[in-house]
Design a protein around this ligand. Structure first.
Ligand code: AKG
Ligand code: FE2
Length: 198
């Protein structure tokens, strides 16, 4: 929490225990097999456009009541939210998360996660699920901390990065393999059906 407050981002490796990591992989693969991922859009409700030149990922929005296999993961996210509220004095009311799949050759151009109409997003949280990721696989997260050199973060399995949604510009470099993550946002106000919007 101190690091996040100081530098606007923090990286935490070995984020989930083995049981939760397995649950995440299993659920991800299952939803992929079922064809439940949808082409991700850009922009807030009503203005979204699918622009492949900006982002090429496919997403599956999580819903607590429906995705009961992910209960252990939701418990971790609850804990993350309450730690933020306790230690950083944020007033986070909710969170919204999706699974993200970047097929080979896809990327997400430089952006901020707090775009017009979605000021609600306070902290971005990403957990990567890329078994055996190695240099050359691509898909690094490039972050642009203010007043510092850009930094590339390898999307290693079970690595979590959290950052301020309002200030930290970032991009996903072209992935040369299939790239998987759980991505979401800690919210100031309760989410309004994001899985319908995006
Ligand atoms: O997957 C990542 O590393 C970043 C994804 C991202 O920037 C987003 O979904 O807004
Ligand atoms: Fe982003």
């Amino acid at each position: 929490m101190d690091l996040l407050a100081q530098q606007d981002y923090v990286i935490i490796d070995n984020f989930f225990n083995a049981e939760k990591l397995n649950a995440a992989h299993h659920f991800f693969n299952q939803k992929q097999e079922e064809g439940e991922f949808k082409k991700a859009a850009i922009g807030a409700a009503g203005t979204e456009k699918i622009i492949r030149e900006i982002r090429g990922d496919y997403t599956y929005w999580l819903e607590r009541g429906r995705d009961i296999e992910l209960q252990p993961i939701f418990e971790v996210l609850d804990e993350v939210k309450s730690v933020f509220n306790r230690l950083l004095f944020l007033s986070l009311a909710d969170y919204e998360f999706h699974l993200a799949h970047y097929p080979q050759g896809s990327f997400y151009k430089k952006h901020l996660d707090q775009f017009e109409g979605r000021k609600n997003r306070m902290i971005s949280v990403i957990i990567y699920l890329n078994k055996g990721w190695k240099t050359g696989d691509g898909g690094e997260l490039r972050i642009f901390p203010e007043g510092e050199e850009p930094m590339d973060i390898a999307p290693l399995e079970n690595r979590c990065i959290m950052f301020r949604s309002d200030t930290l510009f970032h991009e996903v470099l072209t992935s040369n393999t299939s790239r998987k993550s759980i991505t979401g946002w800690m919210l100031y106000q309760p989410a309004v059906l994001p899985y319908i919007v995006l």
